[in-house]
Design a protein around this ligand. Structure first.
Ligand code: MN3
Length: 246
């Protein structure tokens, strides 16, 4: 115990000493630059490939929409997230707190976009080849328990998705605090979130998700979208969290 404490103190003083040296910019500029880079280390996010062809979800979601949505829109969120995290690290390192707030907002928006789109591609599959139908197993049981029936869940989820004000998402969450499944809306990519909720299913209701084929008829798009829901993947998204222990 005493040794550990002594080692810690020794390490701490070594760090303090190193900090003193690094703080002298003219003496060791290379180390100073390295210290800043370490403090702001960021992960590079990458656009995940679509798990199927662009036209695989036809006729319910058209190839042109899928191409633009994945290659342009999702790619822009990934780019925006990488930029925002880099700028945020720079703002923190320079102590510019006004910019910390600005880039934090950009991280939340673009990070939300990257996360939700990454999930969105995987919870869809070609109709009749993994897409459509109803869930089975523990997820089906839980939907019945929390909503009364699959039809009741579907009606509630559809209403939430169709009713999003402006751009956003209809989402099915697993609430980790009590294990319940709940339907919520999200505005943009990150607003109206609840901290104890993990999304396991979502439908993008931004106009870019449906306007090419469905024009202004969001309701028709949402109704058609059920034909390509990949329930096997949704069940996988649900299972890691599991039911809370009684
Ligand atoms: Mn989108």
């Amino acid at each position: 115990m005493e040794n550990t404490r002594r080692d810690f103190l020794k390490t701490a003083s070594a760090v303090a000493a190193a900090g003193t040296v690094i703080a002298a910019p003219l003496a060791v500029p290379a180390q100073a630059a390295a210290a800043v880079a370490t403090a702001g280390a960021v992960t590079e996010h990458k656009l995940p490939p679509l798990p199927y062809d662009y036209n695989a979800l036809e006729p319910f979601i058209d190839a042109e929409t899928m191409t633009l949505h994945h290659d342009k829109h999702h790619a822009a969120y990934v780019k925006g997230l990488n930029e925002a995290e880099t700028k945020l690290a720079e703002a923190r390192a320079s102590g510019d707190h006004a910019l910390v707030q600005h880039w934090s907002r950009k991280v939340a928006f673009n990070g939300g976009g990257h996360y939700l789109h990454s999930m969105f591609w995987t919870i869809m599959a070609p109709a009749g080849k993994g897409g459509g139908g109803e869930p089975s197993g523990p997820l089906a049981d839980k939907i019945k328990e929390d909503f009364g029936s699959f039809a009741a869940f579907k009606a509630q989820f559809s209403a939430a998705a169709k009713g999003v004000e402006g751009s956003g998402w209809g989402l099915l969450h697993h609430r980790v605090t009590d294990g319940r499944l709940i339907v919520m809306q999200a505005e943009n990519q990150q607003k109206l979130t609840s901290w104890d909720c993990v999304p396991i299913l979502g439908v993008d209701v931004w106009e870019h998700a449906y306007y090419v084929k469905y024009r202004n008829d969001r309701a028709a798009y949402v109704d058609a979208w059920w034909n390509v829901v990949n329930w096997e993947q949704v069940a996988k998204n649900y299972m890691p969290h599991g039911a809370p222990s009684a």
